[in-house]
Design a protein. Structure first.
Length: 378
């Protein structure tokens, strides 16, 4: 197998003349018309709906997004509704979807659209890019799908398709190859129905040109694919070697008292304004019960009896592999009230009221466990 002289050059440089572009477009759109999935955001050209779906789909699988999207659009049916959303309600609806800065940026952008664009999503590329949380990919997706403007898109799925189609070697995250990929995407996107074409490329990457064992026999571009011709489709796009995952351990207390359970509000930027069960990170700590009891006393001023473990589960966030050990706990007789913490940062709540608060995905797993422990909060 021959290797290109420069890692960012195609195996066989492909010239995209008008005939080749037309042929590629026709093949892909014919495939898409037959094989496209029926997804709720594809039933509308409303730029707001397209925008919300594209933000939710960033680094998140379609099957995960669908129920969140439906709940979100029901709660905030317009940009004006989103602009006026209460942060706690917004995070509660988004809770469990991850990458929570996306929700905050959606609200910030909605407020800017109401303030500067009369509540309508802007139709120019520069104005779209000026909104919080919107980069070249999201701007291109919304403008092409909602307004039929010929802007390209380049997400993970499209990157995978194009690196294989054109046999592009090198790290797809680096600027040089990114520039080539955006150029190729721009060359391919048609002036007529660009949104359909962009969705078709993304669909191809999502269901056929997948990361491992791509379904080349079902691909409408199989005869043009440079990577397939030399049998390296599984190797593209090339990726930099990632550092090993950081492994950490958390101990968490489900602290019950008179039919209520204690929750605390997060303050750090990543999960700011979310609620969780009290606990902390304890790495290489042998006596977790004692460490957790000491933490509850130091942080909340509560003397507790940390009892048996309820559950242990694994939770992965990007490059962090977290082991959660969840303990049942009770207040000591001499410690019935909280001390020195803001009232709006710590709450005793009934189990049935937990759904009124935003929780991130790890805490939601604990809540699901509580629903099966009917005697825990009596």
């Amino acid at each position: 197998m021959s290797t290109p002289k420069h890692p960012n050059q195609p195996l066989n440089p492909v010239r995209l003349d008008s005939q080749k572009k037309s042929r590629l477009r026709k093949k892909l759109l014919a495939w898409y018309s037959t094989h496209r999935r029926d997804l709720p955001w594809r039933r509308t050209k409303d730029p707001y709906a397209v925008w919300v779906s594209e933000i939710m789909l960033q680094q998140t699988q379609v099957q995960t997004v669908v129920p969140y999207y439906l709940r979100f659009m029901q709660s905030y049916p317009s940009i004006k509704d989103l602009a006026g959303a209460e942060t706690q309600d917004l995070l509660r609806i988004w809770g469990g979807l991850g990458y929570y800065s996306r929700a905050r940026n959606l609200k910030r952008a909605a407020r800017e659209i109401v303030r500067s664009h009369k509540g309508k999503f802007p139709q120019t590329h520069s104005e779209a890019l000026s909104l919080p949380g919107i980069g070249p990919y999201t701007a291109g997706a919304v403008l092409s799908i909602a307004f039929d403007l010929p802007y390209p898109v380049l997400d993970g799925n499209v990157t995978r398709v194009l690196t294989r189609l054109f046999g592009l070697r090198g790290d797809s995250k680096k600027r040089q190859l990114q520039k080539v990929l955006w150029q190729r995407a721009q060359e391919l996107v048609p002036n007529k129905h660009p949104g359909n074409f962009n969705q078709a490329v993304m669909e191809l990457g999502a269901v056929v040109c997948v990361p491992r064992r791509p379904g080349c026999a079902q691909c409408p571009w199989q005869s043009e694919c440079q990577a397939r011709k030399v049998g390296i489709q599984d190797l593209l796009p090339e990726k930099r070697k990632l550092p090993p995952s950081e492994r950490v351990q958390w101990a968490v207390a489900v602290l019950a008292h008179r039919g209520h359970v204690l929750i605390v509000k997060r303050t750090e930027s990543l999960l700011r304004d979310f609620w969780e069960f009290p606990g902390s990170q304890f790495n290489r700590t042998g006596r977790l019960r004692d460490a957790l009891a000491s933490h509850l006393l130091e942080d909340l001023g509560l003397t507790t009896h940390v009892l048996e473990p309820l559950v242990t589960f694994q939770h992965v966030i990007t490059h962090r592999h977290i082991t959660f050990v969840v303990f049942r706990a009770e207040l000591a007789a001499t410690s019935a009230t909280l001390t020195n913490r803001e009232k709006d940062m710590v709450k005793w709540v009934r189990r049935k009221d937990l759904g009124k608060y935003p929780f991130a995905s790890a805490s939601q797993k604990i809540i699901r466990i509580l629903k099966t422990q009917h005697d825990l909060l009596r």
